[in-house]
Design a protein around this ligand. Structure first.
Ligand code: FAD
Length: 868
């Protein structure tokens, strides 16, 4: 599996299958969400429309975002943009086109010139919002067609309106200029109402002293976030305009004629350019502060918030022009017209990405929310909802941040109590997320230390991760983010893996290497083809499938297969066994790599050069952790408090329990559940396999493998091709962990592992004997070179650890990716499950485990918020 942390992905093929953008359908919208729902309980669902004024086809943003029914046919923005552009004459821009129309004296369309407000919910007496002419009609009853409706609370009198559309009048040139720029960057046709909304309505800013909203003078320039943060109206005793209260209603947006669009949104930093129309994303095409997209920023290297149309999908990047599935569920009222939601979500997400080292607050987001008119007040209210959603889902403010003293997102008056069983990365992640919302959490950990399968050994002078140490794809990966947040070192792994043949004591011939590589890839392709083409394929073992195809290909006579090639082929099988943590005869042929069809993390694979302990330490800081507290029994009942009993009889009670222990512990049944877990849960648990690899790291007095180092001085790993295929699980790969760059303090360390048939040697032999085997293997591989006596070693024993018992999960024959979901399912509304074995998308890894902690915290928070 290319996602697997351990397989160094020697073969290009494995990388290729990593992220298939077409695999999951991110556009699927649930039936329930597709239906328009009510913004206001008083309003019938059918009456609610975000921009009902835009009945005229010309004014309505043309298919800004597809209706749920046509989602599958949706074009990407880039394609659509090209389409519109082709309507222009070669070399002509929209601005030029608009200018030509101005020169020829062509006036705005007829409907733009008509004043009218026929809305029954607007008062008869209207006030002109603009006052741009001395003959402005100010406030008076609207008899006849005197006032143009912009929103409930915003109208323009006939005389001011004329100042804009009449050629030669002061605002006409501004309108025409705007129109040219707008047409270049917007999919929506330019209209007078859009112009007034985008360019003329006053800015509303909240006074920091009295909290009342005030308008800035009509000629004020676009306010900056600094201005907003320090604005003082200087007339705090005066009452606030009643329009503010109206615009604070959720249903106010249904009264607007033209959608309010954000100016200078932080999202521009990532989206400026020509990938999307700005108005599709809720941003004004007319920005005064467009930041250079490729501007230097420390967070750009490891975070990419938005998927762009011409780039491959990356895990944890969102499409800026579409709502994700869970967003449509949480905000069904935006499904039909998602633009306001996208404006807010993209703003919050961009701000977080720009500075993921500090807890983002709604206040900070508010000061970056800049748009004209009452729309800003409405958007500020909605912003809080969107912020809270992203916050409790852990889409922002995750990792290791200083938590705010008072939670910025409230989840209820009396915070619930939660017990988390297991202090691995998943348990600690859940605890930290929940604490950020004021939830009382206790972590019960069986061992005398936290971290579980993330544990370092420094006895050889370098960080040897006894468990996890490799990050699979650093882009948007929370582990890479946490390294950045706490300053833990990691470096990208180099590509290429020299193979050494233990039979010859020499490097494998490049041609043999290539031929086997091609054969292995051809087998994987044929296997993949079989899976997708057979209607109801029957599962079997991956080993059987791969070897059958291998033999078939050989029988075709296309390749003359040599013994050397067969040995390298066995090495490939061994490498795959390592990535599954078990012999391939146990692994499902159908679903062994089920997560590969889902979007995965991108970017280089990386080694945590300083180990993972610091991440674990900082993640757990401030959490109430009870070490040496093995849980033996959980008594639970729906709607009642749970009771958790530790070895020795100590009891803890809580509203909810998150069980974050390894799969092997669940399978052994060392935690009793009263009442027992439902059958579906135990079936899901049994279906997955608990894989096992053990690591051996050895220090040498010199770097005798230096002959393999590349010209640029790099070497991260090399493979061992065993003489006997049965030994393919014995030290399949060696990682160079030598300290780099500091000759005074050099340590020459090689790390390898055992798996499959060989994994038990760490229990059958003493550590010294295992190390001898390690050195003998190296001697076979290096032929003439005399392998020096080791000066230190580390040998792991995860398999016999009663609280771990495994390395990572795999899909057994007969099981599917559903098993991961089945283990993750909440039981009786009380028992939650987290951990590596509950992550269908990113199983096996510390990344996947971390994310399950965040996920379960999010589930709990969402649940409590719904109850409030
Ligand atoms: C040798 C090895 C190499 C690996 N290499 C990598 C790698 O390079 N990259 C990568 O991403 N991943 C790697 N992994 C996998 C990764 O370490 C795990 O996926 C991840 O750490 C699992 O985290 P977790 O929170 O789900 O479980 P764990 O880390 O196992 O935490 C579970 C915790 O529960 C505790 N516990 C168990 N029973 C009880 C009980 N009854 N009461 C209370 N507490 C209990 C345990 O003591 C443990 O602390 C490797 C794992 C191993 C073993």
């Amino acid at each position: 599996m290319s996602m697997n942390q351990n397989a160094p992905v020697k073969r290009g093929r494995m990388e290729e299958i990593g992220s298939d953008p077409a695999a999951a359908d991110p556009l699927a919208v649930p039936e329930s969400a597709a239906k328009r729902s009510k913004l206001d309980p008083e309003v019938e669902a059918d009456e609610v429309e975000l921009f009902p004024e835009l009945d005229d086809e010309e004014e309505r943003t043309p298919s800004r975002s597809p209706s749920p029914r046509v989602r599958s046919q949706r074009q990407c923005a880039e394609v659509a943009k090209k389409k519109i552009k082709t309507e222009l004459r070669p070399g002509e821009t929209r601005k030029e086109e608009a200018e030509k129309k101005v020169q020829s004296g062509e006036s705005p369309q007829k409907e733009d010139r008509e004043c009218s407000c026929e809305r029954s919910d607007c008062p008869v007496s209207k006030t002109c919002t603009l006052h741009i002419t001395e003959t402005c009609m100010g406030a008076r009853p609207d008899v006849g067609r005197l006032y143009t409706h912009l929103s409930k609370g915003e109208h323009v009198c006939k005389n001011c309106y004329e100042q804009i559309w009449t050629n030669g009048r002061p605002k006409f040139d501004h309108f025409m200029d705007w129109k040219g720029g707008w047409m270049n960057e917007s999919r929506c046709a330019p209209s007078l109402k859009a112009f007034i909304q985008d360019q003329l309505l006053p800015f509303w800013v909240q006074c920091t002293a009295c909290s009342k909203f005030r308008t800035l003078p009509m000629d004020a320039s676009t306010p900056t976030s600094e201005f907003i943060e320090s604005f003082n109206c200087g007339k705090c005793e005066e009452p606030e305009s009643p329009s503010v209260a109206e615009a604070s209603e959720r249903s106010w947006i249904t009264s607007v004629a033209s959608a309010p669009l954000l100016h200078n949104s932080p999202a521009l930093h990532y989206l400026a350019g020509d990938s999307y129309y700005y108005d599709e994303l809720g941003m004004s095409p007319m920005n005064s502060e467009v930041e250079e997209k490729k501007e230097e920023s420390s967070s750009r290297v490891f975070l990419a918030p938005f998927n762009l149309p011409h780039e491959t999908s990356i895990a944890f990047s969102v499409r800026p022009d579409c709502m994700e599935h869970d967003e449509t569920e949480a905000f069904p009222e935006f499904v039909v017209e998602p633009v306001p939601y996208l404006a807010l979500r993209n703003l919050v997400f961009a701000l977080w990405t720009k500075n993921p080292f500090k807890y983002l607050t709604p206040r900070e987001c508010s000061s970056h929310l800049i748009c004209r008119g009452l729309g800003r007040i409405w958007m500020l209210n909605e912003l809080k909802r969107v912020f809270d959603f992203l916050n409790y889902k852990g889409i922002i403010n995750y990792g290791i941040l200083e938590l705010p003293e008072k939670p910025v997102t409230q989840i209820g008056k009396s915070p619930p109590e939660v017990i988390i069983i297991g202090g691995g990365i998943s348990g600690l992640a859940a605890a930290r997320q929940l604490r950020g919302f004021g939830v009382e959490v206790k972590v019960l950990e069986a061992k005398a230390r936290v971290g579980g399968r993330m544990q370092d050994d420094w006895s050889l002078g370098v960080a040897v991760g006894c468990g996890a140490q490799l990050v699979t794809g650093i882009l948007n990966n929370p582990i890479a983010l946490m390294c950045e947040q706490v300053g833990v070192g990691y470096r990208s792994l180099t590509e290429g893996c020299p193979l050494l043949d233990a039979t010859t004591g020499k490097r494998v011939d490049a041609k043999v290497d290539r031929v086997v590589d091609e054969q292995f890839n051809a087998i994987l392709d044929a296997h993949g083809h079989w899976r997708s083409s057979v209607k109801e394929p029957e599962d079997g073992s991956l080993y059987e499938h791969l070897t059958t195809v291998h033999e078939k290909l050989l029988n075709l006579g296309a390749v003359k297969w040599t013994e050397a090639e067969e040995r390298v082929f066995q090495w490939n099988i061994g490498n795959t066994e390592f990535s599954c943590g078990v012999k391939l005869d146990q692994v499902s042929a159908l679903y062994w790599d089920q997560n590969e069809s889902l979007v995965q993390f991108a970017g280089a694979h990386a080694l945590l050069t300083e180990g993972s302990s610091e991440i674990i330490k900082k993640l757990g800081e401030g959490t109430d952790i009870r070490l040496n507290s093995p849980v033996e029994r959980i008594e639970w009942e729906s709607n009642k408090k749970c009771s958790v009993v530790c070895k020795g009889g100590k009891r803890f009670s809580a509203d909810r329990v998150i069980i974050a222990v390894p799969l092997a512990v669940l399978q052994k049944g060392s935690i009793q559940f009263a009442p027992a877990l439902p059958k579906s849960k135990s079936t899901a648990i049994r279906g997955l396999g608990a894989g096992l690899i053990e690591k051996i790291a050895v220090r040498f007095p010199r770097r005798f493998w230096a002959s393999l180092v590349k010209e640029d001085g790099s070497l991260d790993y090399f493979g061992h091709v065993p003489a006997d295929g049965k030994k393919r699980g014995l030290f399949n790969m060696f990682y160079d962990f030598s300290s780099r760059g500091n000759s005074k303090n050099e340590h020459f360390v090689l790390m390898s592992y055992v798996c499959g048939d060989s994994v038990e040697i760490v229990n059958e032999l003493s550590d010294v004997e295992v190390v001898k085997m390690f050195c003998d293997t190296l001697q076979d591989m290096f032929g003439e070179e005399k392998i020096p006596e080791p000066t230190g070693h580390v040998v792991t024993h995860w398999g016999r650890d009663p609280y771990i018992g495994m390395s990572y999960s795999y899909v057994r024959v007969g099981a599917t990716g559903d098993n991961y979901d089945g283990i993750a399912d909440t039981v009786g509304g009380r028992l939650h499950f987290a951990g590596e074995c509950t992550n269908r998308f990113f199983p096996q890894t510390m990344t996947g485990a971390y994310l399950t902690g965040v996920r379960e915290a999010g589930k709990l928070l969402e649940n409590w918020r719904k109850k409030e």
